[in-house]
Ligand binder design. Sequence first.
Ligand code: LMR
Length: 405
Amino acid sequence: MNASAKSNVVHRFVGIPTAPPDSILGLTEAFLADKNPSKMNLSVGVYKDASGQTPILKCVKEAERRLIDNETTKGYLSIDGLPDYREQVRSLVFGDSIDPSRVAILQTPGGTGALRVAADFIVAQLSPTRIWMPSPTWANHPAIFAAAGLPSETYRYLGSDRTSFDLAGMLEDLSQKTKPGDAVLLHACCHNPTGVDPTPEDWKAIAQTVAERQLIPLIDFAYQGFGEGIEQDKTGLNTLLEAVDEAFVCNSFSKNFGLYSERVGSVCLVAADNETMKAAQSQLKTIVRTNYSNPPRHGSAIVATVLQDPELTSLWIQEVDEMRERIDTLRQHFVETMKNTGSGHDFSFLLKQKGMFSFSGLTPMQVDELKSKHGIYIVGSGRINVAGMSEDKMDTLCQAVASVL
Ligand code: LMR
């Protein structure tokens, strides 16, 4: 029956306001609806190869073949996920640096799921606590914390030139504005959206301040391997974990395994001792159980299969290296092509940025013009997904950027 044909019915859903589109994923929706034949989507952080595809890694394909042959069940995983996967996350993220009996690892639906579980845990167990985020940060960070009811504040991250790291500003904010017990969000590498990372020396100073102020680091580790390499990208994390006894690490395999839609990540809680870890782990499991019950199997089984096999692991490292090198080449190509447009605008500062993104310095108005006049979609902050660029369209892209400067 047609809803409007019913009499005496009060429609409670009527009048619900429309939410604004997501500042990153909403752009892909707008891009898909755009009829411009030369449109380009450089908004969401997704890697594309030279043919414009987001490829399935060879190591992933091989792991999937093996899973088809050997998997015996689709029964539920336990609340904290696949044991083999968790073991591999432990050695990939922590190596031998931390006593395993102090670390709880729960498989989550992507890095976003990990951040939400951590935020729920902070609210449930550590309130009243605030979380300090870099300014700027990934647009979804404040939204996740707000949805969990975790108050957030920002610390300075980018200098006034909008291209360099403001270590002094960050340390001053963390030293003077935080309270002991507050949480602090840190991007382990490939800072999103800026690509501006602390140096190993900077990390020492950050870790010292975090420890002195008795802050709890929440380390977002979504781009391992996209900065300088799988091991090298752990420098900040290792330095922090040497300085403090308690921390959260949220990791993701969306980018470095190309497992975007499989939603595979983990929330790791480092505690001072095993007894505390076990109690905290039980609370994390309660959060998962009352939210999505238990995580999906397929993506984590792929990661475990690859990382348990030395040959597949070296293939994976090679594929990550190739993706990182291609992104670096595209970034250089962009900077050179911009030079040749004669716009007079020097983009060479982009060459110091790490990871998938370039923080271009384009203003929201210029970003809007790129979209409306050229069908080129980048994030409102001026963040360009370099990993989505293509050699073929580099001239078109740079001409368009030059025309809005
Ligand atoms: C991004 O920043 O583009 C990615 O992390 C994807 C997302 O979910 O926003």
